[in-house]
Design a protein around this ligand. Structure first.
Ligand SMILES: [Zn+2]
Ligand SMILES: [Zn+2]
Length: 226
């Protein structure tokens, strides 16, 4: 595993985001950086080609590669075509008789989901979760997060709590809940403004659904509807 130190200034920069989760942002940045670095000089980067080829690509990351290639004219579609071709040729062999047996025997043991970019994303996430949990021991960083409009998503907030000292966790849980509740209130305000009796104009709350989309986690919600 690559050991990389997350420095305070990086965290400070991530906290400057509006309505975004600092860990999710760090993960996206890591993935974009990897894609750019790999495809910028792809013909001389055997290692990157090997990693992409051996793990396959999830839909999200093949889409991201295409987006970056379109945005950055110094990448363009040529290196992406080269990698996609290699990937498809390699994966052609997966459609066949051997695979048929494999499916029948043990469908759950198939080696899917090893997209290298997912791994880059996960590794970066872990680093930032540990770093942020530690940085929250500092008054200065706490204050910064309190005043920032960035919000850790539900999943990363839960991971951070686990990595924290107990005293810090108390502060964090209270703050995190109030941040999420403020998004809920904005959603309520926005929804309420669609009532025919409403006369107040829609303001900042028009973006509440977008903020919500970025901070909702994958945790299963138990309990019943109101
Ligand atoms: Zn997150
Ligand atoms: Zn992926």
């Amino acid at each position: 595993m690559r050991v990389e130190t997350v420095v305070e200034s990086e965290v400070v920069e991530l906290f400057a985001g509006t309505g975004t989760c600092p860990v999710c942002s760090a993960r996206s940045k890591a993935v974009d950086g990897w894609i750019y670095g790999a495809f910028y000089n792809l013909l001389h980067n055997e290692d990157a080609r090997f990693r992409l080829k051996s793990g396959g690509l999830c839909r999200e990351h093949s889409r991201r590669i295409v987006e970056i290639a379109r945005e950055k004219s110094d990448i363009g579609s040529l290196p992406v075509s080269v990698v996609f071709k290699e990937l498809l040729i390699g994966q052609l062999d997966l459609i066949g008789q051997g695979e048929r047996k494999l499916f029948k025997k043990a469908p759950s043991s198939r080696s899917t989901g090893s997209c290298h970019l997912c791994e880059v994303s996960r590794e970066s996430g872990k680093r930032y979760v540990i770093a942020i949990a530690k940085f929250f021991d500092s008054e200065k960083i706490r204050k910064l997060y309190e005043e920032s409009s960035s919000i850790l998503c539900i999943d990363h907030a839960r991971e951070i709590v686990v990595s924290m000292r107990t005293a810090t966790a108390e502060w964090f849980v209270a703050l995190q809940k109030s941040k999420v509740e403020s998004v809920v209130k904005m959603l309520e305000r926005y929804i309420g403004k669609h009532d025919y009796r409403n006369t107040s104009p829609i303001g900042d709350d028009r973006n509440a659904w977008l903020t919500a989309s970025r901070i909702i986690g994958e945790a299963r919600v138990t309990g019943h509807n109101e």
